[in-house]
Design a protein around this ligand. Structure first.
Ligand code: DX5
Ligand code: ZN
Length: 229
């Protein structure tokens, strides 16, 4: 995985057809997705349950781009090796998930993955000040995590602060929650480069109408790049 700051669209398969993940992943990649975002929830750190390492390993067989795994679980450390075995390229843990995020990020890199750190809307940018040299991606939550399709919470000021803190380091800023063509531009302008989108990508499409996914992905990308069509 090489590093660049171009806009990347990462559809969240939380909004896909749960009976048809393989075909859904192939459809979004054919239609221009840059990364595939996988939301792992434990019913404890967040009030919802999704999938664990065996399901993620099954998704891996269909992902040709980058598998970006967002853990909304606590604790994290006992599961790091399992997600590495499952084929995650990037593994993101929440700073709020436990007292030892520093050790968690070291362990993620130690297991051969890129290490991401996520911040809930109520957590300030400063929470990652002492983690920058251990981090490949900072995920700024623009909803309280747990569900797709929630209302966007504006975190533009936090993104600007993080962008300044990062300086020349090769760290992605990812936005997760309520991203669509209306919310994306201000975030990219503030310094974000990875846009996770669930409902705004899958809305109106299906594996038999995958071109809708393509239109939705292009609409977000073009808005984010300042090209209004
Ligand atoms: C929220 C998840 C998100 C979510 C985004 O807990 O981390 O990735 O699926 O969904 P939308 O784009 O529908 O807000
Ligand atoms: Zn997510």
């Amino acid at each position: 995985m090489s590093f660049d700051r171009s806009v990347k669209i990462a559809p969240s398969i939380l909004s896909a057809d749960f009976a048809n993940f393989g075909a859904e992943i192939e459809a979004i990649e054919d239609q221009g997705a840059d990364w595939v975002h996988v939301d792992v929830m434990d019913g404890h750190f967040v009030p919802n349950l999704t999938f664990g390492p065996p399901a993620v390993a099954a998704f891996r067989k269909h992902v040709k781009t980058v598998m970006d795994v967002h853990l909304m679980i606590a604790p994290v450390d006992p599961y790091i090796d399992a997600f590495s075995q499952a084929g995650a390229d990037i593994l993101t843990a929440h700073v709020e998930a436990g007292p030892h995020i520093h050790r968690t990020l070291q362990a993620i890199r130690g297991a051969g993955m890129k290490a991401g750190v996520a911040l809930n809307p109520g957590t300030p940018a400063e929470a990652v000040t002492d983690l920058l040299d251990l981090t490949d991606l900072i995920c700024v939550m623009t909803v309280n995590p747990g569900f797709g399709g929630q209302k966007f919470i504006d975190m533009t000021t936090k993104v600007k602060k993080l962008r300044a803190m990062i300086g020349d380091r090769p760290i992605h800023i990812e936005i997760d929650g309520g991203v669509d063509p209306t919310t994306a531009p201000q975030l990219v302008q503030a310094g974000a480069d990875v846009l996770v989108a669930g409902s705004a990508v899958f809305r109106g499409g299906s594996v038999s109408q995958p071109e809708v996914y393509g239109q939705n992905i292009r609409a977000i990308r073009e808005a984010a790049q300042g090209v209004y069509v």
